[in-house]
Design a protein around this ligand. Structure first.
Ligand SMILES: N[C@@H](CCC(=O)N[C@@H](CS)C(=O)NCC(=O)O)C(=O)O
Length: 211
């Protein structure tokens, strides 16, 4: 079986989060750029990879993985040399999974709902993330005292949460909060982040040139 790691993405998509993660992991991968404006993600070739017709997705050793949180969790485990996840027997594993899935199920939904100006739920108890305020308060508690979610150890969950916060700030869905701003700056201050940002620009230019 091939060890190839294929990465299906588009430069201005949630694929950015996985792109950063892949650069942090440091293993070779083959980008498969899709032009969302040209609906390349809805063509049969890609629907065979992800029937949702959404990016990102990866294929590693013949297995398809979709959903950003699943991809992060998978990559951190598949490439343990990067030390981005506590081992299965480490008690910190539970905390790590907790925040990884909180980011996916609560932080993301709370930020997107706010970006889309969706009205607050009439029954917050029935909403998986409850309320925007509770999600942000909980995240602030998780990041205190820091510097990372697991204290001194940076994990894949930090790259995911920092990506969510970066998106929230960029879209102004998330109001400036000093604790989040300092955390985002801390997590982003890594060569992997600079590489991914530079490559994103190149990939966007490549897609444009492709016409
Ligand atoms: N739950 C998915 C969300 C993926 C997603 O919504 N991707 C967007 C780009 S940011 C997409 O592909 N949108 C194109 C479409 O749905 O047509 C994940 O976590 O990967």
């Amino acid at each position: 079986m091939s060890d190839d790691l294929l990465f299906y993405t588009s430069p201005m998509s949630r694929g950015r989060m996985v792109h950063w993660m892949l650069e942090e992991i440091g293993a070779p991968y083959k980008p498969q750029l899709l032009n969302l404006e040209k609906n390349e993600h809805k063509k049969p070739d890609y629907l065979a990879v992800n029937p949702m017709g959404k990016v990102p997705a990866i294929v590693h050793r013949g297995t398809v993985i979709t959903e950003v949180a699943a991809i992060f969790t998978y990559l951190a485990d598949a490439f343990p040399a990067a030390k981005l996840a506590p081992s299965l027997t480490d008690p910190k594993r539970g905390t790590y999974l907790r925040w990884m899935f909180f980011a996916s199920g609560c932080v993301e939904a709370a930020i997107i709902d706010r970006m889309l100006s969706r009205p607050a739920a009439s029954r917050p108890g029935a909403l998986a993330y409850g309320s925007y305020g509770d999600v942000m308060k909980t995240l602030e508690i998780a990041l205190t005292p820091g510097p990372y979610l697991l204290g001194e150890q940076l994990t894949a969950a930090d790259i995911y949460v920092a990506s969510q916060l970066g998106f929230g700030f960029m879209t102004k869905a998330l109001e400036p909060r000093p604790l989040f701003q300092a955390y985002l700056a801390r997590v982003s201050d890594r060569p992997s982040n600079k590489r991914f940002m530079q490559q994103t620009e190149q990939w966007a230019a490549e897609l444009k040139a492709r016409g």
